[in-house]
Design a protein around this ligand. Structure first.
Ligand code: GDP
Length: 444
């Protein structure tokens, strides 16, 4: 890919469409300065100097704005960029964008600004992917982690591993190409070098589980027999009336899911005891079967029973299904009882007693899904490339251990390097690239 490829000039609204303090329209490409000259009250803008003035449609005033001019290559995309900061109203930003488009820009596609930034080498692919992660982060924690990737922590680590492999490969190639002058590297040296690269890759891969949890969150199911208060608890935890609560068992027919931010995105699953009213005899069976399904799907289970009824046989049967999973046990409707046993969690979704404590307990349990190993946040694509790179290195290591021809070993090293290049985007197909940027929003 060339540095600063030639592209046409694109424009988009960079802020969400709505009412707010400020709206931003972004223009990027060779005609950005020409376009702003045609519609702004001030001319010949100087890069890096904010200009204050009016956007004009002929002699009609459209809005009073600030304009931020950036000259290539010192901009987000690496091209000439103009940012117009106007008042944040849906129609103001739309009016200004229309003017920009009428004067020579075209509407940007999803992620096209960031794609240009990548193609113009303002960032590598792992950083471009971090931009999307940052925007879509469901938790503050994940946003902070994504910012680390945006700063290039993953890229730097990959470059370091690549450097090591490349170094060894160069020694092998030199030995092959100039056998008279350069000795083949020792096999013990190769083994040591491959093991080092493998351990570095394993260091990143060891974060995959926690980065998946960070990215996707964990699933928490509230499980228990009908009418113990699962939907009520679901609502209480979310502080919302998302699930319908009634006295009639089996009102909630669908599984309801909502996300809580407990540093990790927690998807709460309310399975509120589906009942088959046609077949009363099967009620218990269905309740149990249903609890089993949702418990299977969940990473953490909250087992709920009715304190006023005590633990019934049906409760016990359901508990048997979940006891081997990470779980919490809570006795609901404690407002209906006087006596309490030590060491049990009592809650009342009616009075709110114990709900905050339960929230804290869920949060602590969620933290057990260790997030310590999150030095490197990866996505599925990156983890996949790392695993393939690992396989190539293992093949090279095995070959070195049996003293295989170094020419053959070099083939695996080259393929290991290619997989690493895919992470940073040095080797990438259009399909993969489009797939990545299609997940962005317009204006980013
Ligand atoms: P689910 O079938 O397990 O989802 O149970 P629901 O959340 O639909 O609640 C069943 C019934 O129990 C409803 O009438 C709720 O108002 C009632 N209920 C839920 N939580 C409490 C509580 O803490 N105390 C009392 N007294 N009633 C509750």
């Amino acid at each position: 890919m060339n540095i600063l490829q030639e592209f046409d000039t694109i424009a988009a609204i960079a802020t969400p469409l709505g009412t707010g303090g400020v709206g931003v329209i972004r223009i990027s490409g060779g005609n950005a300065f020409e376009i702003i000259d045609k519609i702004f009250s001030k001319q010949n803008l100087e890069a890096g100097r904010i200009a204050h003035g009016w956007i004009l449609d002929g002699n009609k005033k459209v809005d009073e704005v600030l304009v931020l001019p950036f000259k290539t290559p010192h901009s987000y995309t690496g091209e000439d960029v103009i940012e117009i900061h106007c008042h944040g109203g849906v129609n103001v930003v739309k009016n200004i964008l229309s003017l920009v488009l009428q004067n020579g820009a075209r509407t940007a596609e999803r992620g096209e600004f960031t794609k240009r930034a990548f193609l113009n080498k303002k960032m590598d692919l792992s950083q471009a992917e971090a931009v999307a992660d940052l925007i879509h982060a469901k938790t503050r924690n994940f946003a902070m982690q994504s910012a680390k990737n945006l700063s290039g922590i993953l890229r730097d680590k990959i470059l370091e591993i690549k450097g090591g492999i490349f170094d060894t490969l160069s020694k092998i190639v030199a030995g092959i190409d100039f056998p008279e002058d350069v000795a083949e590297p020792e096999y013990s040296y190769l083994i040591e070098s491959f093991e080092k690269s493998l351990s570095e890759i394993d260091e990143i891969l060891s974060c995959v589980r926690s980065s998946n949890i960070m990215r996707q969150g964990i699933k928490v199911a509230i499980v228990g027999r009908p009418n113990v208060g699962k939907s009520s608890l679901f609502n209480a935890l979310l502080n919302a009336n998302r699930a319908i609560v009634t006295d009639i068992a089996g009102t909630t027919r669908d599984v309801i899911k909502e996300t809580l931010d407990l540093d990790i995105a927690v998807t709460l699953i309310d399975t509120a005891g589906i009942r088959d009213s046609e077949d009363v005899g099967k009620v218990e069976e269905i309740g149990i079967e249903f609890s089993k399904q949702s418990a299977d799907e969940a990473d953490l289970v909250i087992f709920l029973y009715d304190a006023s009824a005590g633990l019934t046989n049906e409760d016990k049967e359901i508990f048997e299904l979940v006891k081997n999973k990470p779980h919490l046990q809570a006795a609901n409707k404690c407002d209906l009882i006087d006596k309490r046993s030590d060491g049990k969690i009592y809650i009342s979704t009616r009075t709110g007693e114990g709900i905050q404590e339960l929230r804290e307990m869920i949060k602590n349990k969620v933290c057990d899904f260790s997030l310590e190993d999150t030095e490197y946040i990866t996505n599925e694509r990156q983890a996949d490339c790392l695993k393939k790179c690992r396989e190539s290195l293992i093949r090279a290591l095995d070959a070195a251990k049996i003293g295989e021809l170094q020419d053959l070993i070099s083939i695996d090293l080259k393929s290991a390097l290619l997989f690493l290049d895919e992470i940073t985007g040095e080797v990438i197909t259009d399909d993969i690239l489009n797939n990545i940027f299609d997940h962005f929003c317009i204006g980013k």
